[in-house]
Structure formats: structure tokens, C-alpha cells
Design a protein around this ligand. Structure first.
Ligand code: C5P
Length: 211
């Protein structure tokens, strides 16, 4: 049976993960958060003291990697790793490496009914023939406010203005890079996630119902 693929693209902190998990739970699909892969690679490069501005060094390191974890961990969710991940994501060799991992994830999970894959270029580049494409929109100020609350609630220190600045910078990098910039895929449904999660899922359920 054909496995369904739903792509969820959108800018940093737009709620892609929460939305993807919701769809996965409701429709019994498997989730892949592709940001984890960029973060994990950034973490490996920094740990191995690779100069991330030197493409040839990054390429050499990538070629030596023979196992790669798709698992989440607190260590790769830091603001430092967020910024580094967005820096390395501009390189073609990085994107090619991670695109391959994304396709492997799908081909290795033969028993899954389907997948919800979230990121920046999933509907526009990686899975162009997806069955359903969603693009999540939220104003930067609302994203920063939500991220700030999340951090404070989990006992971490944070400064709203710094979060907003980082989000805007990551948006700029994601939208303006040459390789796979963040764009609204041509055939995507735009989901407004500015108001509340219940309103957001209502939009998504209506789209899925009418497919
Ligand atoms: O989604 P998340 O914030 O975890 O992603 C970390 C960084 O990885 C993003 O800022 C973005 O630059 C990059 N990324 C990407 N393409 C993806 C997923 C993430 O360029 N598909």
C-alpha cells in the first residue's frame, strides 16, 4: 500500500513540531523533525572542532560519518546549536547529506502507514510529490513570545528581545540562502497559527477531511 507523505514547512518556532505530532497521533503516521538532523550535524561539527566556515572541512567530516542519530536531545536544542544549524544549512554538501537521510528514513520504515515530515524545504525540494503540503505562518513577535514563555516555564533564563532578534536572523538566513531557501511550496495550504492551537488544528482537519 502506498505510504502517505504530509510535509509541514515554516519558519523557526512556528509550531511545526506540535502540529506534526498532532497529525501523527490523529492519523497514526510517523514523524520526522528534520531540524533535528541539521542540529545533530552542527553539534557533531562543533564537538569535533571543525571550522564551520570551511566547506571542504565540513565535507570531509560528512564523508566520514557512518551512523547518525535521529533522536532528540536537550543538548541539541540550545540557542547556540539553533544558530549554528542555521549557519551550516546554507551549504549544498550539508543539504545533500541530510536530504539523503530524510529519504532513508522513509524507505527504512516500510511498515509505517505514512509520514509527517517537518522542516523548511520538505514540500518544495525534498518530497516534491507529497500527498499534502502545509505551510505554517506566524508573526515573528508571536513566535518569540511563545518561545520565551516555553523557556521561562521550563526554568531557563531568556530575554525576549534576544529571542526575537535570533528568530528574525534565522528567518532571513532561511529565506535568502541560495540552496533550498524557505519558500511556500506552490501547492501548499497556508495554515495561520497566529491565534490558537485549536484554531490551527481546525484548519488542518478541514483540509484533510476535504482531500
Ligand atoms: O526546525 P529547527 O529550528 O530545529 O531547525 C534548525 C535549523 O536547521 C533551522 O534554523 C534551519 O536553518 C535549518 N533547517 C533547514 N532545513 C530543514 C530543517 C531545518 O535548513 N528542513
Amino acid at each position: 500500500m502506498k505510504q502517505i507523505i504530509i510535509t509541514v514547512d515554516g519558519p523557526a518556532a512556528s509550531g511545526k513540531e506540535k502540529i506534526s505530532k498532532y497529525i501523527c497521533k490523529k492519523y497514526k503516521l510517523k514523524h520526522l523533525d528534520t531540524g533535528i538532523l541539521y542540529r545533530r550535524l552542527a553539534y557533531i561539527l562543533i564537538n569535533d572542532k571543525i571550522n564551520i566556515n570551511n566547506i571542504s572541512n565540513i565535507n570531509k567530516k560528512i564523508k566520514k560519518i557512518n551512523s547518525f542519530s535521529y533522536q532528540k536531545s536537550k543538548r541539541i536544542r540550545t540557542q547556540e546549536i539553533s544558530n549554528l544549524a542555521s549557519k551550516i544549512a546554507v551549504h549544498k554538501c550539508v543539504r545533500d547529506f541530510i536530504n539523503k537521510l530524510q529519504h532513508e528514513f522513509v524507505s527504512c520504515n516500510k511498515k509505517a502507514r505514512g509520514f509527517v515530515i517537518d522542516g523548511r524545504d520538505i514540500g518544495s525540494v525534498v518530497f516534491k510529490n507529497a500527498d499534502l503540503k502545509l505551510y505554517i505562518e506566524v508573526k515573528p513577535e508571536i513566535r518569540a513570545k511563545r518561545r520565551y514563555k516555553q523557556l521561562i516555564d521550563s526554568g531557563e533564563k531568556s530575554i525576549y528581545r534576544k529571542l526575537l532578534k535570533d528568530i528574525k536572523l534565522r528567518d532571513y538566513k532561511d529565506k535568502n540562502r541560495t540552496n533550498s531557501p524557505l519558500v511556500i511550496p506552490k501547492d501548499a495550504h497556508i495554515i495561520d497559527n497566529n491565534v490558537s492551537f485549536s484554531r490551527t488544528v481546525k484548519q488542518i482537519n478541514e483540509i484533510i477531511f476535504n482531500l
